[in-house]
Write a protein that binds this ligand. Structure first.
Ligand code: ADQ
Length: 415
């Protein structure tokens, strides 16, 4: 029997720890990998897994995310059950509030589930960099006859306080769940690791509805899946952990381990970006059987204007997006967004450059994130003297310099 599946994506997080990148946009709308946004990863996972009925629950600073969903993710029209629809808070909670937590976000949209009566709700976060064939998790959920299945991955014990941590019995049944606690239980046989929830759940629709209706009546609840709903289900329903490490993507080498990163901090975001741009990357964007989808931009190809004499005008070990012109400058080990100009004599190394940035002649940039629309003046030096940089820019713990951009874009192509 073909199961009827509804996709719900929780895309309302503030992403405070990614500030200033989240100053103007919700975390799922933060650019990643040059031409993509973080939300493209989960949306591509859904579409590539054949889940086509998708609601995206949005909240904070959603304009940029809405625009991205409109530009890149509109489809359907012919078939009623094929859509991606962004839904802001419906003010259906007792106090007519914004989504007060992830469970409240589902409660406020319970009518969508009631109307279409899916068998399963695939409820995923929107904040992670990974590829996952969700069909394999659905199959696991069905085989186990589970009420809830949570995708899990081992992470280093020192990160326990950032995740929901799960305990399982020998059959993979969940027997413990604690949310973000330093003293979370480690994995049997490996005291250095905890089994982290990836924030991706499959629920039988009936159970999900029952839980969010009960939760809204509970004055003690913070209306959150990790803090309230999941711990309360232990021992009451069949709840299983799906081991993400068993997930395989068609077209990938069989020995490759699945990659998953919570890009919760600027340093984690930087590391994941560098992972993806690597020559032999742990997450391969070039597997045509698992396309990472995004806006269908009509940018011209990136262009490299090479100066033979100076040996300049090139990008090495880098990803460079459409509309860019690297004109007499050098880009190394970097991720470059759309419509970027790198002028003569400029050197960009180990950096992430967002869209529409102009890097002036002879500027030198190292280990930096340069935000959208920024103008780097001629001869500027960034990333070489962190004490000096800290006077002008945000510098992270590991010494990544964040150069803020401008709100209003300089017209595309005018530089
Ligand atoms: P966090 O990611 O810290 O932990 P949360 O901030 O609730 O939890 O975000 C979960 C997802 O929901 C994100 O995609 C976020 O954008 C979205 N979201 C947050 N608040 C929302 C709201 N009010 N409305 C709509 N969407 C909202 C969670 C789990 C942990 C798990 C980690 C994995 O709680 O148990 O380990 O994810 O990263």
């Amino acid at each position: 029997m073909q199961l009827k599946i509804m996709g719900l994506i929780l895309a309302g997080g503030k992403g405070t720890r990614l500030s200033p990148l989240t100053r103007e946009r919700a975390k799922p709308a933060v650019p990643f990998g040059g031409k993509y946004r973080i939300v493209d990863f989960v949306l591509s996972n859904f579409i590539n897994s054949g889940i086509y009925s998708i609601y995206v629950l949005i909240q904070f600073r959603s304009q940029s995310l809405l625009q991205h969903l409109r530009d890149g993710w509109q489809f359907g029209g012919l078939l009623q059950e094929q859509f991606i629809i962004p839904v802001p808070a419906q003010m259906r909670s007792p106090g007519e509030t914004w989504y007060s937590g992830t469970a409240d976000a589902v409660f406020q949209n319970a009518n969508l589930i009631e109307q279409s009566k899916p068998d399963l709700v695939v409820l995923f976060g929107a904040d992670h960099i990974y590829r996952m064939d969700i069909r394999q998790m659905v199959e696991f959920h069905s085989k186990k006859n589970a009420g809830v299945t949570i995708a899990v991955i081992p992470v280093d014990k020192k990160y326990a306080k950032e995740f929901g941590v799960i305990e399982v019995d020998k059959d993979g049944r969940i027997i413990g769940f604690v949310e973000k606690r330093e003293d979370a239980p480690t994995m049997p046989g490996d005291p250095t690791k905890v089994l982290a929830s990836m924030g991706n759940y499959i629920f039988s629709s009936e159970l999900l509805l029952k839980m969010v209706y009960e939760d809204v009546k509970n004055p003690e609840s913070s209306h959150d899946f990790g803090k309230d709903i999941l711990p309360a289900l232990i021992g009451k329903v069949e709840m299983f952990a799906y081991d993400f490490q068993t997930n395989r993507i068609a077209g990938d080498p069989p020995e490759g381990m699945p990659y998953w990163r919570d890009v919760g901090t600027l340093d984690a975001y930087y590391e994941a970006s560098m992972d993806v741009r690597a020559i032999d990357p742990p997450l391969n964007l070039y597997n045509r059987q698992w396309p990472l989808r995004t806006s269908g931009y009509s940018d011209p190809p990136a262009k490299f204007a090479f100066d033979e004499e100076q040996r300049r005008g090139q990008a090495i070990d880098s990803m460079v997006s459409g509309g860019c012109i690297i004109s007499g400058g050098i880009v190394k080990r970097s991720v470059v967004g759309r419509w970027v100009r790198v002028h003569s004599g400029a050197l960009v190394e180990d950096s992430i450059i967002f869209d529409n940035v102009d890097i002036g002649r002879r500027a030198k940039i190292r280990r930096a994130i340069i935000e959208k629309n920024a103008r780097i003046p001629e001869g500027a030096v960034i990333g070489y003297d962190l004490e000096e940089d800290a006077k002008h820019y945000h510098v992270t713990e590991t010494g990544i310099v964040i150069v803020e951009g401008h709100r209003s874009p300089v017209p595309l192509g005018s530089i």
